[in-house]
Write a protein that binds this ligand. Structure first.
Ligand code: ADP
Length: 489
């Protein structure tokens, strides 16, 4: 099959969160299964260019209709860790992708509407006719709309779209000008509840809703979350439309790219180790302490790696720091927040604990340090309020770092409590709590710390169970292939 991925992020070159890992990991998996895969991305000025092999301009004359005129674009081609990618580079006064960051501009909806139109125009003009276009999140929600309303009548009738939603919180609210800009026009047609009209803001369009309505199949990133969004507020206003389209909607658990995240050969950690030979993990723990100037002691290290967003349960992340210290552990955090209030809160916490020998807060995005933390920490806390899938708990398990998670979304689908629950003891791989309050968190954190201190052998066995858990792309890769075949028939 020929599959074109279209996304706003991809690991190694443009990463904010899990979306990037999934776009790369799934593309690689499909490629290894013998499919023809290519990824289309914006050519951001802040791309991590050194990760792109053989970058060169391959199409210099892409004229993308935009409002009453057109924007001239170049398209670059290059390989990222073996995956062929196309980067769309518009030459426009709007500087769509030359903002020094990926998201956060007032005109984000217009920037990615442009990207969607440009991608479709690129496929059309260069005669690329993928069997499946797989697009991701609100940024590409217009792709199936454009395909069916505009490009199918021009001959792109065979292409099918799979649309994956990684986060329902961000849906791409837009105004009527998106219709004029992209050439879709006909507000009376699109401002309809069966199409793009937003349920919450009836004067606005919702790009994610467009993706749901027009795609041939819609997925979110875990089976549990697929149920949550249909039956609770976690649908963030899309519950009704998801139920309307329930027949073409389901959850596919994300995988982890086992080549990029592999303690046996990870270039970004100083000591390699495996499930049968764990000694290197303790070398990484010492290296982590050296790197972060933490005291060397027989203490457990509890970590958090991830975006600092209200979704992630910031009050519980904060509480983990205090509780871990109370219980004689060390706490490490790597995260950043575009939200000024959350950022200020953690900056203040960083100042407060600046000289503390058992705490380190790194308020930045740092891929290399992330690897060292996964390898060197003993436990990884993920106390999310909602979590479509969550990768940090799965990556942690791969490195023998015990996840402590709240039972929501993909966390509930991947982490099974050591002491409670119905799964066979051999599948138990972490600690789970239910209520999003400090008592809930402590009920799991205290048990994890207790096991570490009092039953080190059992803690070690739990680490090995976690490492043996298969969170690779193998199963989800097959699941996506089944979906592609289903929508093609
Ligand atoms: P989300 O997609 O909601 O951000 P996930 O758990 O699905 O959360 O994915 C997070 C991914 O981003 C993981 O690969 C994690 O290691 C990475 N990540 C998040 N924050 C940082 C950071 N500050 N520095 C390095 N990597 C980070």
């Amino acid at each position: 099959m020929h599959i074109t991925m279209v996304a706003s992020e991809m690991a190694f070159v443009a990463k904010v969160g899990g979306l990037a890992d999934v776009v790369f990991g799934l593309s690689r998996e499909l490629q290894l299964r013998g499919h023809h895969v290519e990824v289309v991305l914006p050519k951001y000025d802040c791309l991590w260019h050194e990760q792109i092999h053989g970058l060169r301009s391959v199409y210099d004359d892409l004229s993308v209709p935009w409002f009453d005129g057109a924007v001239h674009c170049s398209v670059f081609e290059g390989h990222v860790h073996g995956v062929p990618c196309y980067f769309i580079d518009p030459h426009s006064e709007d500087l769509f992708f030359n903002r020094g960051c990926f998201y956060g501009a007032d005109d984000d909806a217009m920037r990615f509407a442009f990207f969607s139109r440009a991608t479709m125009e690129f496929l059309y003009k260069t005669n690329r006719r993928p069997d499946v276009i797989h697009c991701h999140d609100w940024q590409t929600g217009l792709i199936p709309v454009l395909l069916y309303e505009m490009y199918a009548p021009l001959g792109m009738e065979q292409e099918r779209v799979c649309y994956t939603i990684h986060n329902f919180k961000h849906q791409g609210g837009a105004g009527e000008q998106v219709l004029r800009a992209t050439g879709l026009h006909r507000p009376e047609h699109f401002f309809h509840h069966d199409r793009l009209r937003d349920d919450v803001n009836p004067f606005g369009l919702n790009l994610m809703r467009g993706g749901i309505v027009y795609a041939n199949f819609v997925t979110t990133v875990s089976p549990r979350h697929a149920e949550e969004v249909k039956h609770s507020e976690q649908g963030h206003g899309l519950r009704h439309i998801l139920n309307t389209h329930a027949g073409k909607f389901g959850g596919v658990l994300n995988g982890v790219d086992y080549d990029s995240w592999n303690p046996e050969k990870d270039d970004l950690i100083p000591h390699h180790y495996s499930v049968d030979e764990l000694a290197g993990k303790y070398g990484n723990k010492e290296a982590l302490r050296d790197r972060l100037l933490l005291r060397k002691d027989a203490k457990p290290i509890v970590a958090y790696v991830g975006r600092l967003d209200s979704q992630k349960g910031v009050h519980l992340i904060r509480h983990t720091l205090f509780r871990t210290l109370e219980r004689g552990g060390q706490f490490v955090l790597l995260g950043s927040s575009p939200d000024p209030a959350i950022d200020a809160e953690f900056q203040q916490l960083k100042v407060q604990f600046n000289d503390h020998p058992d705490v380190h807060l790194e308020l930045a995005f740092d891929e290399k340090l992330a690897h060292l933390i996964y390898a060197g920490a003993d436990m990884m806390v993920v106390p999310s309020i909602f979590e479509p899938c969550g990768l940090t708990q799965m990556i942690a398990m791969r490195y023998g770092t015990i996840p402590i998670v709240r039972a929501v979304g993909g966390l509930a689908d991947t982490v099974f409590d050591k002491d409670y629950g119905h799964v066979d003891p051999q599948w138990r791989n972490g600690f789970v709590f239910h209520e999003a309050d400090v008592q809930g968190l402590e009920s799991a954190l205290d048990r994890a710390l207790g096991l570490f201190h009092d039953y080190p052998q059992d803690f070690r066995s739990l680490m090995q169970s976690a490492m043996r858990h298969d969170n690779s792309w193998n199963h989800p890769g097959q699941h996506y292939v089944n979906i592609y075949e289903h929508i093609r028939s």
